[in-house]
Design a protein around this ligand. Structure first.
Ligand SMILES: NC(=O)c1ccc[n+]([C@@H]2O[C@H](COP(=O)([O-])OP(=O)(O)OC[C@H]3O[C@@H](n4cnc5c(N)ncnc54)[C@H](OP(=O)(O)O)[C@@H]3O)[C@@H](O)[C@H]2O)c1
Length: 338
């Protein structure tokens, strides 16, 4: 079968190579999936650049996100059947509840081979049916960005209608956050470096938009928007360059889900900020199969369609990565496999 592999983390986009690999076969409680499409996440760029915080295996088949059809089931499989359209959960062995201590060893496209291949074997507990109204290309966008922001807003944030979430930038995580907030009756404040992207965010239901380049004190603008009260929740994807500012945007007792490091990996934090805002901070690492299924029910109930920026062919994988590296995208970048 055709697949891509990366000789080792940090080898660069040019090192992504198209290869022939043996077609895998499913074992006990595993399923074989014919992959139709994959999507890119910032983490995938981090892995090829060597800036991702977790090591990846040599010659890894990249990408956590993909969707396809189940074409064979191993013994003992009950959750899915041949013909089902599924995604892989980012962590193949985190069905629900607390994450197991070895959860990271089952991360697709990092610790274990990922989805950028014609066929993949998934654990049945790590296979999730996609909402019926979505195409396989749309379904392929859900696993990492979608589940992460769902975990942040609904599991950590316990957000309810009428509350306000602040989203940073217009990449995959933030645009799903915007769509979820809009569908569930929450207000979304979103930042971007581009006024054009902010206009698109407005069309998707953003209540308030802020250009973080022309308004570097965006936290003050967010505070003003809430009449001085502050937002209930920040989905923190900026990291070092934005984290301190996020304390200026939240209400007393507000929450910050710590997710990303787009502006650099480390910073000094004044612990007094946590006390001063009575803040609740939670580190998030994607989510469980149960969270993925709960998110899919909400997506189906509201007929949400993921925002796809651009679709690339299987021979254009390096161009797809370059497009993500350019930061020009709005929402998700997809690679067609089949
Ligand atoms: N912890 C987890 O489980 C988890 C899961 C998913 C993602 N993440 C992390 O979350 C971050 C976002 O991931 P993604 O896949 O959504 O990325 P993405 O699609 O590549 O989105 C990146 C966008 O973020 C915005 N951005 C860049 N620098 C920024 C800054 N300094 N301040 C505010 N916004 C900035 C830009 O939007 P504009 O062009 O609009 O300015 C950029 O296009 C990454 O750090 C990723 O590693 C973590």
């Amino acid at each position: 079968m055709r697949a891509y592999q990366l000789p080792k983390g940090g080898a660069g986009i040019e090192a992504l190579a198209k290869v022939e690999r043996p077609k895998p076969s499913p074992g006990h409680r595993q399923v074989l999936v014919k992959v139709a499409a994959c999507s890119l996440n910032y983490r995938d760029l981090g892995i090829v650049r060597g800036t991702y915080r977790m090591p990846s295996k040599e010659n890894v088949i990249p990408l956590s996100d993909g969707a396809g059809e189940v074409v064979e089931t191993g013994s003992g499989v009950t959750r899915v059947k041949v013909g089902d359209k599924v995604c892989g959960n980012f962590f193949q062995r985190w069905p629900g509840g607390e994450p197991p201590p070895d959860v990271q060893s089952t991360a697709l496209g990092g610790a274990i081979d990922g989805m950028l291949a014609e066929f993949v074997v998934l654990e049945e507990e790590g296979a999730v049916k996609i909402p019926a109204h979505l195409s396989l290309e749309e379904g392929a966008t859900l696993p990492c960005a979608g589940v992460t922001v769902w975990h942040a807003m609904m599991e950590h944030g316990r957000m309810i209608a009428g509350q306000t979430v602040l989203l940073q930038g217009t990449g995959g995580v933030s645009i799903f956050g915007l769509q979820f907030a809009h569908a569930m009756g929450m207000q979304a404040v979103i930042t971007s470096s581009s006024d054009d992207k902010l206009a698109k965010a407005k069309k998707l239901g953003a209540s308030h938009t802020i250009n973080y380049k022309t308004t570097p004190d965006w936290e003050k603008a967010a505070l003003e928007f809430t009449g001085g009260r502050g937002v209930d929740h920040v989905v923190e994807v900026g990291g070092a360059g934005t984290f301190t500012k996020s304390f200026g945007a939240i209400r007393l007792g507000g929450k910050i889900s710590m997710i990303g490091n787009l502006s650099g990996p480390a910073t000094e934090l004044n612990p007094g900020l946590i006390m001063g805002r009575r803040a609740n901070i939670q580190g998030i690492s994607v989510g469980s199969t149960q969270m993925f299924e709960a998110m899919n029910r909400m997506i189906a109930a509201n007929a949400i369609k993921p925002v796809i920026d651009k679709v690339f062919g299987f021979d254009e994988v390096q161009a797809a990565y370059q497009h993500m590296a350019s930061g020009a995208h709005f929402g998700k970048i997809v690679i067609r496999v089949a």
